[in-house]
Ligand binder design. Structure first.
Ligand SMILES: NC(=O)c1ccc[n+]([C@@H]2O[C@H](COP(=O)([O-])OP(=O)(O)OC[C@H]3O[C@@H](n4cnc5c(N)ncnc54)[C@H](O)[C@@H]3O)[C@@H](O)[C@H]2O)c1
Length: 321
């Protein structure tokens, strides 16, 4: 089986490639534009670890580059595509919406076109819990309204979902959309709370708590997310319009204060805190139902935040990049 993972030098992409490479029957092709949204050394470090496996082939390709992407598809004859390449981050989308338009909308259109033209058997695409906006009913279910994204990041992901639906309907392209809920774990992203808080605590810097720390998030551990993606990769496609959306969540929301408290325990330090007001674009609470993916694919998250944060802090202490 030949699988393309876009965004392979990213947090989720790296872990997915690493896990798939355990299966000797799979050839993993990775592409990434290696942008400098966060420390590029972390991306290079993830990539060099993947490159030690001879079943991993990397090409530096930007998905918004129509010609390069088409050449890449044409050369490699993929069976399955997992599209994780995107400009992530809610807050950065307030400053630089144009990057989100280029990578997440134009880039995603190129992915759809190539999947259609090269008859890809299954496109799996990363969406986000942010598409639910400030829905007030919990847990969030896949068929809840997602018409009011609070950020441009969420708007680009919502548009991906509907673009993919149309391709699935018209061209019968099999698509699965995965709405990830705050993914965390070792080799995680420096722009996300776990990395930022740990870094601040260890370096005796103040921890900035937006919304006075009152956010609630359904933190989902990386190995559970990889397990969900792999269940989708190896699943049968059943629907008439071959299109499916799944939440990928732990279904176990925690307040940011509780999350911080757990990091402090693992660092053996109490943090200095700066309480800040709600940041534009941020949702108050996420809590995803994972009933659908559990019923259809037998997904069951298994790592709680105590174990997950322990693993992260251990990695952080041993790997300063
Ligand atoms: N981590 C989370 O909590 C989370 C939650 C919801 C959704 N997601 C989505 O999951 C996917 C992976 O997220 P992540 O946390 O691994 O982020 P990440 O930023 O670590 O990984 C994304 C990778 O894509 C690459 N990339 C960006 N634009 C590109 C382009 N135009 N062409 C080629 N490569 C490009 C980046 O260099 C990066 O290595 C993203 O689509 C993200 O929006 C993540």
């Amino acid at each position: 089986m030949r699988i393309l993972i876009t965004g392979c030098a990213g947090f989720i992409g790296y872990h997915l490639c690493e896990s798939l490479l355990n299966n000797k029957k799979i050839k993993v092709f990775g592409i990434d534009n290696l942008n400098d949204y966060y420390d590029i050394n972390l991306k290079k470090n993830r990539l060099s670890s993947l490159k030690t496996n001879k079943n991993f082939i990397f090409n530096r390709v930007d998905i918004s580059n129509e010609k390069k992407l088409k050449d890449n598809f044409s050369k490699n004859k993929y069976n399955i595509v997992v599209n994780l390449a995107a400009q992530a981050g809610v807050r950065y989308s307030i400053e630089k919406p144009e990057i989100y338009q280029k990578s997440n909308v134009n880039g995603f259109f190129n992915i759809l076109e190539n999947c259609k033209n090269f008859k890809i058997k299954h496109l799996i695409h990363a969406s986000t819990s942010s598409v639910y906006g400030n829905n007030k009913k919990f847990p969030l279910e896949e068929d809840f309204n997602t018409d009011k994204p609070l950020s441009f990041y969420a708007a680009t992901k919502k548009s991906n979902e509907v673009m993919a639906y149309a391709y699935s309907n018209i061209y019968k392209l099999p698509v699965t959309i995965l709405r990830f809920f705050t993914v965390y774990g070792p080799k995680g992203r420096p722009d996300m709370s776990l990395y930022k808080f740990t870094n601040a605590i260890i370096n005796n810097k103040p921890v900035k708590l937006f919304n006075n720390g009152n956010h609630i998030r359904d933190f989902t551990y990386i190995s559970d997310v990889i397990n969900a993606i792999e269940k989708v990769i190896f699943s049968k496609i059943e629907n008439k319009i071959p299109y499916q959306i799944y939440n990928v969540s732990s279904n176990n929301p925690k307040s940011l204060k509780k999350f911080l408290n757990e990091i402090e325990k693992n660092c053996n330090k109490i943090s200095k805190k700066v309480y800040l007001k709600l940041q534009k674009g941020d949702v108050h609470k996420t809590h995803g139902s994972n009933i659908l993916i559990s019923k259809k694919l037998g997904f069951k998250p298994s790592v709680n935040i105590e174990k997950g944060i322990f693993n992260f802090v251990k990695w952080f202490n041993n790997n300063k990049i």
